[in-house]
Write a protein of this length. Structure first.
Length: 444
């Protein structure tokens, strides 16, 4: 039987709640029961509801329906598009009509007719379910169903409507770029461009030209004026991925542009105003880098108005199978395969794997399994995953970056060569000038 999402029922009569739970179980995925509306704001924030059935009276001896109207307004304040069906034992048609004028979708009178009640609720829930599905299909993010991701999603919906700078953190493969795209999609700037810059791929020599642009003749190959990424993102969103890879001596230039809300093209003295929403992302520990003198504290404050952290997949195992099924549906469609499902042993294997590569690793594993499998069932053998057991310490141990390793190599060479810089440079296979630059960068 087709189900119509999740329904929240608020009524002070426990007998009514029990009867409705039994009646509506075949029609809804989740049925929430509240004997009092006091906790309603919290409940609305914690779960995704498709419809609310709201009683009109909760205090003994008061039957004027004002309590129901108050909570009707509160629900609409918190969730403006959520359908609300009113429920009253007093057959007050005028009150019901008033409720509909003030935003209710429909009303049901007690004692109710079972079939009429079901029909009314399903009719009210159906449009909202379609809207929810449409919104989900437009989403750039793989959310999952874990409490951590539900909380993150609610926070994103609040933050997206503002122009606050956002810092997204998380391990490799958790979906930081997808979350940046989701922030842009939900923002008021979504009709304007989203410009993505991989800071790890921008060379030091081209940093200013890439971000701020240049004018003709600024350097040898500057044959025409060229706008940079800041100008390209004007009135839209600028996403600086891997912000932790930005060398220390270039961070001040980025900070200046953000503080002044303007940039100056290379080779020019004319400031150009910019209006952007800045989103940054990194898999590095920026506060630790600040303490080590590797990242500017004032820049961290500037980019970190709102901090969104995506938890690794191993810390939300309840998301593994829902995400896997989502990937299966996508890749079956992409490769023209019939509908496929996971066998029980395959489910167990996926749930037991450490997923050090997070969602990206899961996505690739599912894609490969769909490609090589022929039948409607994906067996465990379609997932030749590593069986190596990881302790919690190993799972959460930070991975050394290339810069960390380079810094350690220079330290060892300095010690081995008793501080003789010429010998150190020769041992490392770099010039003395490069060595000076790296020592300055790492504070050695």
């Amino acid at each position: 039987m087709k189900k119509y999402g999740n329904i929240l029922i608020i009524d002070d009569n426990q007998g009514v709640l029990t009867a409705l739970q039994l009646l509506l179980k075949p029609y809804f995925n989740q049925i929430g029961l509240l004997p009092s509306p006091i906790t309603l704001p919290t409940v609305l924030r914690e779960d995704d509801w498709n419809i609310v059935l709201l009683d009109m009276n909760f205090t003994s001896g008061i039957n004027n329906g004002n309590e129901g109207l108050y909570w009707l307004h509160e629900i609409h304040r918190l969730r403006p598009s959520l359908p609300i069906v009113l429920f009253t034992a007093y057959a007050d048609i005028e009150l019901a009509v008033r409720g509909i004028k003030e935003g209710a979708t429909d009303f049901i009178v007690k004692p109710w007719d079972n079939q009429k009640l079901v029909d009314t609720l399903l009719k009210a829930a159906a449009p909202n379910k379609k809207a929810a599905l449409d919104a989900q299909e437009g989403s750039c993010m793989y959310w999952g169903t874990s409490p951590a991701m539900k909380h993150l999603r609610l926070l994103v919906e609040k933050v997206a409507a503002t122009d606050a700078n956002v810092l997204i953190t998380g391990e490799n493969g958790t979906g930081k770029e997808m979350l940046a795209r989701e922030l842009h999609r939900l923002s008021n700037r979504n009709k304007q461009p989203l410009i993505i810059v991989d800071m790890g791929a921008v060379t030091e020599t081209l940093f200013e030209s890439e971000l701020f642009g240049h004018v003709k003749g600024a350097f040898t190959d500057a044959r025409t004026d060229r706008p940079g990424k800041f100008e390209a993102a004007n009135h839209g969103t600028l996403f600086l991925d891997e912000i932790g890879n930005l060398p220390y001596h270039l961070q001040a230039k980025l900070l200046t542009a953000l503080q002044r809300r303007s940039i100056v093209r290379v080779g020019s003295n004319t400031p150009i105003s910019i209006n952007i929403r800045l989103v940054c992302a990194t898999n590095r520990d920026l506060p630790l880098m600040v303490r080590r003198g590797e990242f500017r504290e004032d820049l961290l404050y500037r980019i970190n108005t709102i901090h969104l952290e995506i938890p690794p997949l191993r810390k939300r195992p309840e998301d593994i199978l829902p995400l896997a099924k989502q990937f299966i549906a996508r890749f079956c469609k992409q490769y023209g395969k019939p509908e496929m499902q996971l066998s029980e042993t395959a489910c167990n294997r996926l749930e037991q794997h450490a997923w050090q590569g997070n969602i990206r690793e899961l996505e690739h594993a599912i894609e490969k399994a769909v490609i090589i499998s022929d039948g409607p069932m994906l067996p465990a053998e379609a997932f030749p995953l590593s069986r190596i057991s990881h302790t919690s310490e190993e799972k959460d141990a930070p991975t050394a970056t290339l810069e960390d390793m380079e810094k350690q190599m220079i330290r060892k060479a300095l010690s081995a060569c008793d501080g003789n810089l010429s010998a150190v440079a020769a041992q490392l296979g770099i010039t003395r000038q490069t060595l000076y630059n790296k020592m300055k960068k790492y504070g050695l």
